[in-house]
Design a binder for this molecule. Sequence first.
Ligand SMILES: Cc1cc2nc3c(=O)[nH]c(=O)nc-3n(C[C@H](O)[C@H](O)[C@H](O)COP(=O)(O)OP(=O)(O)OC[C@H]3O[C@@H](n4cnc5c(N)ncnc54)[C@H](O)[C@@H]3O)c2cc1C
Length: 446
Amino acid sequence: MAGAETTAVVAGGGAVGLTTALALAKKGLKVILVEARREQANAAQHKKDHPTIRAWALAQSSWNFLYKLGLGTELQAVSSPIWDMRIVEAHPLRGVDSRKLHVSHRDAVDRARATAADENGQATNGARPLGCVVEEHALLDLLSRAVALEANIRCERGLRVVDFESDARGIEVMTRASNEEPAADNAGQASSPSSSSSSASSSSSFERCFRAQVLLACDGRHSAVRTRAGISCRRRDYGQRALVCALSHEREHGGVAVEWFMPSGTFASLPLLGRRSGIVWCDSPSRIERLVSMEASDFERHVSVRFGSWLGALSLSGARTSYPVSLSVARRYVSDRVALLGDSAHGIHPLAGQGLNLGWRDVAALTEVLSEGLSLGEDLGSEALLSRYERRRLGDVRRLVMLTDGLQRLFGNDSGLLRTARLSGMGLLDRVPAFKRRMAMAAAGA
Ligand SMILES: Cc1cc2nc3c(=O)[nH]c(=O)nc-3n(C[C@H](O)[C@H](O)[C@H](O)COP(=O)(O)OP(=O)(O)OC[C@H]3O[C@@H](n4cnc5c(N)ncnc54)[C@H](O)[C@@H]3O)c2cc1C
């Protein structure tokens, strides 16, 4: 079957797919980006009267990554810095402020001074934020505009990658017109992707085919490419959903992000531009369902109980949406001429706000490996090259999976002994500068 020729096909145009295409194109690779949605991932949602405002916390390392792609100025315009992070162990019956760990950008200042010279416009006399918060629609919008300007990228929207065949010379990628929104936890929907790949193999008529050296799967948690490549996942269902929304408030947030840990789940507030904060509230599916469907005024009352009074009066800004919360980690990141990136390789609990940051570290590593291969004239889909990418990513992903999974287990348990250990542990750690510096570095993605 003949198809359009390119160097790499990127399946999926979410935040990871768009940056993968951009980073590779800037290294001189020809890329075809195939995205199932006809419009930019959340454009249709954002045209509604009351769209859901979804906030992403980006580590400093992610900021640096986008800056190197030439997007620093645009990102600065649409993001809000995180100067301080408060972690609160809370109990619904014993008040919201049981014990706090407070990590500030000042805790990371030594290292910041050391690296300020090679960083971007954000660095000022060692005073650098721990990270920043950006709204999903603004980030996808700026990435989509950058992709549209890149001559090395051909963007194919409204097509779904449904099958592929690899041989010694390359990979043939088959697509179909996409009639519905794709399944993706990140789209706040839950359905099975395997139906799309199995129906693909039963039909001979494909919409378009592309021939490349390598296929890069950025098609999210329910990756059809991963399923078709025969790569299985280690999974854990946390028995939770995550409610996402934004709130307007009376007082300034001062760039403070707060995470409350409770036995039933976590509640995080992320500072947005203006007097607004993004909320990620994880709890049992039944409680989240109730919180999503209750009247706005009742919801605001529930949120105020969690928040306390530090931001003054609160009001809901836009709609509420919920997402399933689970862990899924691919057992391999590569197979014949295929590499997995972002949520297709690893979907983690949102409690640490690190999923996208982790995905962008995949993109940085893959770009490095493929551009090394390009300069040496190697086959970019070869097993040797793709295994190099996998080896570079295994440790980082394993560490973050252990951290998020471990935190979820530690704080999601209300045993008296564990609770006492947590409270005294947090109190002690709050007085150890070296630990807090390490926490500040981790938040910054260093
Ligand atoms: C509640 C919540 C809060 C979070 N907060 C944070 C945070 O603060 N910070 C952070 O770093 N991370 C956070 N994350 C994680 C982050 O959202 C994900 O890691 C990130 O969105 C993954 O991006 P992706 O591009 O890999 O996948 P997705 O965003 O799922 O994108 C996949 C894309 O592929 C397309 N697609 C699917 N199938 C196909 C196909 N067969 N062919 C072509 N296209 C296809 C889809 O339309 C979609 O556009 C959060 C996650 C949740 C659930």
